[in-house]
Design a protein around this ligand. Structure first.
Ligand code: TXA
Ligand code: MG
Length: 333
């Protein structure tokens, strides 16, 4: 185990393991002993810990420098496992049956006697639950045989990771093991829906508003705005690269890098097109990787072409808006 290691020693011992049977076994063992293991999901990489262990969960908050009032999603291997932790209304159950495993997180009242610890829930009376649709995540959940608390495996406020290398760059010295399962296919985080009273969209994500409303047969309440926050993770500034972002850009200015959509810019070395064919699924899958890639070139500013707002465009525009929001200070020198 890693107790008593200096940060430097820790870094040397951080392992990226292929997400094969042996890697999954090693990660599950690490998690059962209270360690931190990063793993791929269909949306982004998660930084996992045993959700029932207060000390393990506290390591997540420390590793990410995440405010303790921002609750974590508990990942589960099955709907049955979720029903042990949360009280599902009929609507929540319908959504789980239709979209799990998949990029959907349900916030419901915490079940009496449930095992997920208070630190993971940030002391709330609710719990966020999700069954991910990634073979590695599901294998790990089964092998660990416990719900896994797992936020995105980036430093708090930074761009979410979609490769093992992104995780290593942000958190390499803090994680005991990173399972490398390649690039995450969806590329934006799960949609978060709260079921306390009328269903409310807390965070747009990999399942679209329209798909959810079609199953529920009713409109979703709007996402939490500013003010007293129902979802403490939804700070205005988030997903932020080092460079400033200029949204809805029609052209590229001198010194800018370009995050294009559908060939709006002229092209050039410092331009990456999220989807030349204007496919929103492809754009979502490329979003965070391209933001990181352009940022690594240290431009003064990243100009972002307009992206349509319908379908997955709602989640993409949400992430872009937060990435462009003014920041309290430069957190990622
Ligand atoms: O796709 C995803 O959801 C990824 C992968 C790893 O599963 N996870 C993820 O976790 O995005 P995180 O911690 O980066 O975002 C979780 C969001 C935060 O905005 C948090 O505030 C909110 O869910 N959340 C968690 N528990 C909540 C609760 N009880 N009530 C309201 N919001 C909650
Ligand atoms: Mg996150």
């Amino acid at each position: 185990m890693s107790e008593g290691l200096s940060p430097r020693q820790h870094q040397r011992r951080t392992k990226i393991a292929p997400a094969d049977a042996e890697g999954v076994r090693a990660a599950a063992q690490m998690l059962r002993r209270g360690g931190l293991a990063a793993f791929p999901t269909e949306t982004v990489y998660g930084l996992g810990a045993d959700a029932t262990s207060e000390p393990a969960v506290e390591r997540i908050f420390a590793a990410k420098a995440r405010p303790a009032n921002n609750p974590l999603i508990a990942h589960v291997a099955s709907l049955d496992a979720a029903l042990e932790q949360g009280v599902f209304t009929e609507g929540a159950l319908e959504l789980a049956k239709r979209f799990w495993p998949g990029p959907l997180t349900l916030v419901v009242p915490f079940a009496p006697g449930a095992a997920v610890c208070e630190a993971a829930r940030a002391g709330l009376s609710t719990i966020a639950l999700r069954m991910p649709a990634h073979p590695v995540a599901l294998a790990l959940l089964s092998a660990a045989a416990t719900p896994l608390a797992a936020p995105s495996a980036n430093r708090s406020g930074h761009v979410s990771p979609v490769t093992a290398e992104h995780v290593a760059r942000d958190l390499g010295s803090e994680v005991d093991l990173i399972l490398d399962g390649g690039r995450c296919p969806v590329g934006v985080e799960s949609t978060v829906i709260e079921f306390l009273g009328r269903p409310r969209l807390l965070r747009p994500g990999g399942i679209t508003r329209r798909e959810i409303e079609a199953v529920l047969g009713e409109r979703l309440h709007e996402e939490a705005g500013e003010g007293p926050q129902r979802s403490p993770g939804l700070q205005k500034s988030h997903y932020a690269p080092r460079a400033r972002l200029r949204l809805e850009a029609q052209d590229l200015r001198a010194g800018e890098a370009g995050l294009d959509f559908g060939g709006a810019f002229e092209g050039g070395e410092n331009v990456l097109d999220l989807s030349p064919s204007r496919n929103l699924k492809e754009a979502a899958a490329n979003l965070f990787a391209y933001m990181r890639e352009l940022d690594a070139r240290a431009p003064s500013c990243i100009a972002v072409a307009p992206v349509p707002r319908e379908g997955l465009g709602e989640a993409i525009n949400d992430r872009l808006r937060r990435a462009a929001a003014p920041r309290p200070h430069n957190r990622f020198p």
